[in-house]
Design a protein around this ligand. Sequence first.
Ligand code: ZN
Length: 259
Amino acid sequence: MSYIDSHIHLSSREYHQHYESIFGLIQATKIKCFCMSEDYDSSYNTLLLKQHYLKGTNLLHAFVGIHPQFANDLIDIDSFQNFFYSNIGHIDGIGEIGLDPTYVNPETKNSMESQKFIFETMLLLAERNQIPISIHSRRSVGDILNMLPSYRIKNAVFHWYEGSKKQLKKIINLDLCVSFGPYILYNKEKQNMLREANIDLVLLETDGPVKYKGCLENVLTSPSLIISVQYLVSTIIEKSFDETTNLLLQNASRFIHGQ
Ligand SMILES: [Zn+2]
């Protein structure tokens, strides 16, 4: 039996002092982590973590990419693509990528144009190499749904799904995934959104090191939280914990390896 945390940022600074315990825990509980990146440096560090801490275990799937927060005019996209192709044998997906108008800021040269340019570059990389993507879609689910059909993407997940129920139907019709995180433990609205989803297209995530509220106040977001999230999901979908585990493992396997 093993678990999946389909979206976590293990290369984040907040985790550095906890690496020994977190990677020990991942191995002991067999939590497979889809490890996200936000820029060139974190992409490089994600690959290092895979090789250093979890070599030979298949417990870390490395996603590289440029997050919309860092998708500004200053990005050297050619260097990123060179890095990508030099390491393609170790890369399992592209993420965290997407669009987010809340990051637009003239001072950091972040604009919707620069975000779209970087996102399109990442989508092309995913299409050419037939690897899955993890999408950040805050306040941009509609725009992203308009863009995706132009690409032959192997598989995609709308991480931390925040769109409408109508948009969720469109995502399901495209056979794409949505993911839910620890907020589902205390947020009734999100629990209702899960009820609207196609459970065969659902993934769970912690998005660590993001911190949560309610019962999770002041708790370090470690991959082990995924077990509590999964338990809550099993009660919502009215399946046993083990059945839910198997279902989520199958979903994650389809997401990574294709239908
Ligand atoms: Zn994230």
